[in-house]
Design a protein around this ligand. Structure first.
Ligand code: 26M
Length: 822
């Protein structure tokens, strides 16, 4: 009997090969003779998509049962990274596909590398959302990610003459095989206009919103697969479109351009991601984006609920909606509006449902990063929401008055409205009041949330506040990005660690096994060689995998202190120059990261890194002992190359400023040791891996507060520390800027005159710590032991653990395994 496999589901090498050829012909319309790697990538992507559709549809159907609770992750950003390799791993078909691709005369890795990543996020916050979506699927927890389908994601970065140049990210131009448009789930979103009271037929007092204009939201779905389970959850991103009905009149009177205007205007809404990692005051389009996607999401959720239920009484049992920072916090007012104005719930019922539904994650303490909207803009765009927020505030402040009679101080701190000058809506306050739980993203951060920005809320509702330390997915950040290390680990402890990261502990028994350590070093060396090849290929800089790879990749920000790292590098350079035969552990210092286009100081830091690189890399006295590399266009794809190749992970933020960090986890999971401050998740990483396996330096949060209180004077450090002084003087002298003494003056002056992030205060401690790193690296056997122990003890930082905590303490959501009925 001959078995014929279905071309769209079969997994034999022959079927896969034929399916790819079919897709190349029937979807891409190409013969093999004229197809390039991009075409083959697309043909392969469709072949993979075919093989996940059953799971996806079965999953969706299973979630329509009333007893199933769905987690809705509301986020303005999802930085998912390339899909192909991850989907192959999670479907468990990597090897079959590799062979099929090979038998078609192609190379799988090359096809994987041609995928253009969706850059729908800035950095940590967006990437966290992506890791959480993956873990939710792996844990079989029903989830929908709701966000914006930006036509242009985070800009591509080029470096010209050392400066960052921003290039539009046209990620959709060759088509996106991973999304499916769902025209049937369109929704309409109102903006502007006015509100009007009226009495309904039963004589009830109601309010209607008469908008100035309406935009249509169209859903685009992308499947998010769990690892070796049948669950395929949905990432549902919304695109703004014109609603046809709107300007037909104009069109009919012959004003074609007038009609197209609204189309252009509506499509502008989701054109471009704001490339900042903190809010720029009062950008109206940004508020429109936020309201747009949140209203789309909530209307979608309501529609889902009403297909299985008569009313919305149990909305808060059907859905848990997580606010990823305050960007979606307008959702609190929007759900109230939908429940009261559209579905005619009473205020009290609506408020119970709203608080039960929402929870809020805070990601930053930086005061300038707290979102607030000028009342003027807000009221013009969302007049009904302004009324609702006033009413939420009135009722909330009544409660506050009961608890603290006569205390106006408390009222003004807790109020949703900042009315100390120009009036603002405080989005963090709205999110906190409208949620049943508020969490920070690492233990220290959650404590600081309670002590600083939300202190009065904590006093008012202590039980609302909790911590969930961030995590990252080991599927993408180990299995996909570091197959060699993953295979070595699996060869010793089996592959259960991929789903249960605590099992990495079992590696501890091999630290004293010399052969294992040798293999561990070989793997690291090989991966470093790959990165070295990439660097030579892209930048023409030769670096050796025998040197210590010292890496700092993350958004460029003063609080992250890339410039402290630069000061250290210049100091090392000075030492070599003064003592050419210095016993020196050779280092390759690698940077990567984007600066917000309007953040001048961050851009100057990039220029400084490149300028120092230029001088150091070509100085014959250095004799290859020190190299500096700035990798352009750092993104998820590049991260997957970089984390596995690092020996040393730089996590050197000013204590109390980095909420958690997640790059710190990706490095350590790949065997890098950390040099870091007592900040964010660094503290917990150190606690897990053991203080003897972590290079800690610098002031703690309290030390910094004390120093600031007693009057911090950077000049003292400058005059009292000769190495620091000569480092700064060298920059000022124009040594790195072809004699131009002005170029870096703003940076040097900022440090000398205020140093808001305490670089000088930590400089000495950092340098001494780096000396300890250099010493430790000389003993390769010892270093390898520390590296193994780091990996073995990092199980806590799986995003699976984070998601279990959210499910348990915040969402009250349970796994729903998916059966295949095909
Ligand atoms: C806001 C308004 C307008 C435009 C942009 C924004 C905005 C975008 C991203 C503000 C903040 C954004 O991200 C902040 C962020 O990435 N925070 C990081 O979150 C990570 C995940 O929790 C933490 O690990 C990092 O420590 C934290 O800096």
């Amino acid at each position: 009997q001959i078995q014929i496999e279905d071309d769209r589901t079969g997994l034999s090498i022959e079927t896969l090969r034929r399916a790819m050829a079919d897709n190349l012909f029937y979807i891409l319309g190409k013969y093999p003779a004229i197809a390039n790697n991009k075409d083959y990538y697309m043909a392969l992507a469709y072949t993979v998509r075919d093989r996940l559709l059953h799971r996806w549809l079965n999953t969706y159907e299973a979630y329509m049962k009333p007893e199933v609770k769905i987690v809705c992750y509301l986020s303005a950003e999802f930085l998912v990274g390339p899909h192909l390799a991850n989907n192959l791993i999670n479907l468990g078909i990597y090897d079959q596909i590799r062979q099929a691709v090979q038998e078609s005369g192609l190379n799988l890795q090359e096809l994987i590398n041609t995928e253009e990543e969706p850059g729908l996020g800035n950095g940590g916050l967006g990437r966290l959302a992506a890791c959480y979506m993956e873990s939710l699927a792996t844990l079989e927890v029903p989830a929908i990610g709701y966000g914006i389908r930006y036509e242009f994601g985070i800009f591509d970065q080029e470096i010209r003459e050392g400066w960052q140049v921003e290039i539009t990210d046209k990620w959709l131009q060759d088509g996106n095989p991973w999304e499916i448009i769902r025209p049937e789930s369109e929704v309409y979103i109102n903006f502007g206009g006015r509100t009007e009271p009226y009495q309904d037929d039963q004589g009830n007092y109601r309010v209607r919103w008469i908008p100035e204009y309406v935009v249509k939201g169209i859903a685009y779905d992308t499947p998010i697969l769990g690892y070796k389970v049948n669950t395929a959850n949905t990432l549902r991103l919304w695109k703004g479109e014109a609603c046809e009905s709107f300007n037909f009149q104009r069109f009919n009177v012959g004003d074609y351009y007038g009609a197209v205007d609204t189309k252009v205007y509506s499509e502008n809404l989701t054109k471009v991601l704001y490339p900042n990692d903190e809010p720029v005051q009062g950008k109206e389009l940004r508020l429109q984006q936020q309201y747009f996607f949140v209203s789309c999401a909530l209307q979608d959720m309501i529609r889902i609920h009403l297909t299985e239920s008569e009313n919305l009484d149990n909305f808060g049992d059907k859905f848990a909606a997580q606010l990823n920072d305050t960007h979606p916090s307008i959702g609190v007012a929007e759900l109230m509006r939908l429940l009261i104005d559209v579905h005619h719930y009473s205020w009290d019922q609506a408020w119970d449902i709203t608080q039960k539904t929402f929870a809020y994650t805070n990601h930053t303490l930086l005061p300038e990063a707290l979102e607030k909207w000028p009342l003027s803009i807000f009221g013009r765009l969302l007049p009904r929401h302004l009324e609702i927020i006033y009413e939420i505030n009135r009722r909330f402040l009544d409660q506050v008055r009961m608890k603290y009679p006569g205390n106006n101080e408390k009222l003004s701190c807790l109020s949703l409205i900042d009315d100390r000058g120009e009036k603002y809506i405080r989005m963090a306050n709205l999110a906190t009041v409208g949620s049943h739980k508020v969490n920070g993203v690492a233990a220290l951060h959650s404590e600081l949330v309670k002590k600083t920005i939300l202190r009065d809320f904590y006093e008012f509702w202590p039980e609302k506040f909790t911590n969930v330390t961030n995590g990252v997915t080991p599927r993408r950040w180990m299995v996909v990005s570091n197959p060699r290390l993953s295979e070595l680990i699996t060869s010793r402890i089996g592959d259960n660690w991929i789903k249960n990261l605590d099992e990495l502990r079992r590696l501890e028994q091999f630290v004293d096994d010399g052969h294992f350590r040798y293999q561990w070093r070989e793997v690291k060396w090989g991966v470093k060689q790959d990165l070295a090849n990439y660097i030579e290929d892209k930048l023409g800089i030769k670096v050796s995998p025998d040197t210590l790879f010292d890496v700092q990749v993350k958004r460029i920000h003063e609080y992250k202190r890339q410039h402290l790292n630069v000061l250290q590098i210049i100091t090392l350079y000075n030492r070599i120059k003064h003592n050419p035969n210095l016993d020196f552990t050779p280092r390759t210092c690698i940077f990567g990261g984007k600066a917000a286009p309007g953040y001048y100081m961050a851009k100057l830091i990039i220029k400084l890194i490149n300028s120092v690189a230029e001088v150091v890399n070509k100085d014959p006295d250095v004799r290859d002992r020190l190299k500096v590399v700035f990798l352009p266009d750092y993104n998820v794809t590049l991260g997957q190359r970089v984390y596995p190749a690092a020996d040393l992970s730089e996590q050197i933020s000013t204590a109390g400023k980095e909420a958690s960090g997640t790059g710190n986890m990706k490095f350590s999971l790949n065997g890098a040791l950390t040099i870091g401050t007592y900040d964010g998740a660094n503290i917990e990483i150190r606690q897990e891996v053991g203080e003897e396996n972590f290079f800690l330096f610098g002031l703690k949060t309290e030390d910094i507060d004390q120093l600031r209180a007693k009057g911090y004077n950077p000049w003292d450090y400058y005059y009292n520390n000769p190495e620091l002084k000569s480092t700064l003087d060298l920059i000022s002298s124009g040594f790195f800027s072809h004699g131009d003494c002005e170029l870096f003056r703003p940076l040097v002056d900022s440090l000398l005159h205020s140093d808001p992030f305490f670089l000088f205060a930590d400089y000495q401690s950092y340098l001494e710590c780096q000396d300890r790193v250099s010493q430790a690296y000389k003993d390769q056997e010892y270093w390898t032991k520390m590296s193994i122990l780091n990996v073995a003890r990092m199980g806590k930082f799986s995003s699976d653990r984070s998601i279990k905590e959210y499910c348990e303490n915040i969402w009250y959501a349970k796994p729903v395994p998916i059966e295949m009925k095909d």
